[in-house]
Design a protein around this ligand. Structure first.
Ligand code: ATP
Length: 595
């Protein structure tokens, strides 16, 4: 190749043409390619005559004016990576150039490209351009690359149909000027000075964002991207935010559909870990809670539980009243234990919340400090714990065992999270859901108590729906569902007693007689209760709920494994019970059970 003195000549072109083939019309044999990179070219206007050229490499020249490049009509986009190509073609007065690569030249300013309405791909990397302009009428432009120029603000893109924008290696500080690019899919803003991702959240089709080597420092900035439904690839390498603790997990939590972060594939395990860390599903919280208490309790010296066997075949009887706070379950629990004291004992939970006026330590709760509570957890004292409204609540093993020792069924009240955790244990209580379906009344009741802040009231009211949904989604999860309207309260205790002892597999043989003897009237038919065991089809405005406990029991059997200690405890007590039936004297360890 010879030196062209900046002006491209017919002879020079003739010497560099290659790839002979038929023309687009199929009538002639023509050259399709011309490669002239790095020739110090400044004037390439002669190329207007080469109407059949499809590939033209004019990168690494000294072209200063974008308009000097002409139009290539039948261009094949056959450019391989790393190969710099500039393509031109003249089609009378109306240009139909659709691919231009003028990278690595010396252009300082962009000119008006209105005439290039067919232009789809424009590559102007490594020039001296400081302002994006002249593209307004390029209504076909889908790919624009202006990497490594001197651009400090994104302008002049209006509402072009751009799918790919590369502005890496410029001086951009803020992500503005992209708002109207509705078709944007890939955005490269690497090697700029960007601190905030504000302005990126409006591109519904955005799939890839490269922000390597910028100044993003806060994890919170990632939230600007969390509404992008298609975002899959994000590069934040060499940003200060990478130094933040748990950066990887938190970004993966905020952007859960990412498949690649910082040029590394995101693993399924990492996604699960991120969700479990920042927003664990209730089942995970319950499983962790259960695991914690099992592990801590195993670290303590072991003893046989009174609750493991009142009789050889059936589980220890427990009644759990659940529902949103202040729905009346606590009063009802107390009432049941008072009215039927020969059958039920109150399982007193521990709490870290402060004592309300009128509450008694050891009767309503064991009121303890947070430190004491944590200490008890470490001592393996609890069956289950929850954090609710900033305070901890926990039902201790001893709370149940002390009732079991008296030969009574344990009656407790708790929030849904407590139920979830308890379901992981070997206990098989009856779960009664008390639900205030009249939210207005319920809200008034909460307000009347004067104990709760506005936000606590809102949380409590919102939880009514959580309970209703749970009951609908998992039929049988609660054994009985009761709408705690005002009119029901007085009789609920009686009714629950009936449900519990009539329907329970652990029912006393004479419980019905005991109940009748106590003079309790029949439950009013208006009481809104559903119980599989009672087979009562009473009217109820509750959403349909099945109270069949069967599937829940079968499921519970499948998932809950008794610990070795629980198994041993049960076996020993079974043995003792059988021996007692045969009239044998109890073995010494029977002294452990205070009857
Ligand atoms: N061990 C426990 N596990 C789970 N939840 C519990 C436990 N003990 C108590 N709770 C529940 O925590 C919630 C808050 O209890 P707290 O006594 O502070 O509230 P309250 O406003 O007096 O409501 P309530 O009248 O329902 O008891 C209640 O719904 C209560 O049933």
């Amino acid at each position: 190749q010879e030196s062209f003195d900046g002006v491209l000549t017919v002879e020079a072109v003739a010497g560099c043409l290659s790839n002979m083939s038929t023309s687009a019309t199929g009538n002639e044999l023509v050259y399709l390619d011309l490669f002239l990179p790095g020739q110090n070219l400044t004037d390439v206007s002669i190329l207007c005559n080469y109407v059949y050229l499809q590939k033209l490499d004019l990168s690494y020249n000294k072209i200063t004016d974008l308009q000097a490049s002409q139009i290539c009509r039948h261009l094949n986009d056959g450019l391989r990576e790393g190969r710099k190509v500039t393509l031109m073609f003249s089609f009378k007065k109306k240009y139909s150039l659709f691919y231009v690569n003028l990278s690595n030249n010396q252009m300082g300013a962009m000119k008006d490209l209105s005439a290039h309405q067919a232009l789809t791909k424009l590559i102007l990397d490594y020039n001296n351009i400081s302002e994006i302009k002249g593209l307004e009428k390029c209504r076909s432009l889908t790919h624009l690359s202006l990497a490594h120029n001197k651009i400090s603000a994104i302008t002049g893109l209006a509402d072009l149909p751009l799918k790919t924008v590369c502005l890496g290696g410029n001086r951009i500080e803020r992500v503005t000027g992209l708002e109207n690019l509705q078709a944007l899919q890939r955005l490269d803003l690497s090697c700029n000075k960007i601190q905030s991702l504000h302005g990126l959240g409006v591109h519904d089709l955005l799939e890839t964002v490269d922000l390597e080597n910028n100044q993003v420092a806060e994890v919170g900035e990632i939230k600007h991207l969390d509404h992008l439904p298609l975002l899959r690839v994000l590069n934040l390498l060499r940003n200060p935010v990478q130094e933040r603790a748990e950066y990887w997990l938190s970004v993966n939590f905020i952007l859960q559909s990412l498949t690649e972060l910082d040029k590394k594939q995101v693993k399924i395990k990492e996604k699960v870990a991120a969700v479990n860390k920042y927003s664990p599903p209730p089942e995970v919280i319950a499983a962790e809670d259960h695991l914690t208490h099992i592990v801590y309790s195993m670290m303590q010296s072991q003893r046989i539980f009174d609750s493991t066997l009142p009789s050889p075949d059936v589980p220890y009887p427990m009644l759990v009243l659940t529902g949103p706070r202040a729905c009346g379950k606590r009063e009802l629990t107390h009432k049941i234990c008072q009215d039927f004291m020969d059958f039920f004992g109150y399982g007193v939970s521990h709490t870290t919340r402060s004592q309300y006026p009128g509450e008694e330590d050891g009767t309503d709760y064991y009121f303890v400090s947070k430190e004491k509570f944590e200490d008890l957890v470490r001592q393996g004292k609890f069956i289950q714990t929850i954090k609710y409204s900033g305070d901890y609540y926990g039902l201790s093993r001893e709370a149940i065992e002390s009732v079991a020792r008296e030969g009574l069924a344990c009656c407790v009240h708790m929030e849904l999270e407590g139920v979830r955790s308890l379901k992981n244990t070997y206990f098989e209580p009856r779960y009664i859901l008390l639900i205030p379906m009249d939210k207005e009344q319920y809200e008034k009741r909460l307000m009347r108590r004067g104990l709760y802040s506005r936000s606590e009231v809102n949380v409590a009211v919102a939880r009514v729906d959580t309970y209703v949904k749970m009951n609908q989604d998992l039929p049988g999860y609660f054994d009985t569902v009761i709408n705690v309207g005002k009119q029901n309260r007085k009789k609920l205790g009686i009714l629950l007693f009936r449900v519990f002892f009539l329907g329970g597999s652990f029912a006393c043989a004479n419980s019905l007689n005991v109940y009748r003897a106590s003079g309790c009237p029949e439950a009013a038919p208006s009481l809104q209760i559903r119980s599989f065991h009672l087979h009562q089809a009473l009217t109820d405005e509750m959403p349909d709920s099945t109270t069949r406990n069967l599937s829940a029991r079968v499921q519970a059997k499948l998932v809950v494994h008794k610990t070795q200690l629980e198994e041993t405890s049960m076996q020993k007590r079974q043995l003792m019970a059988r021996e007692a039936l045969l009239g044998k004297t109890p073995v010494p360890c029977a002294q452990l059970f205070k009857r």
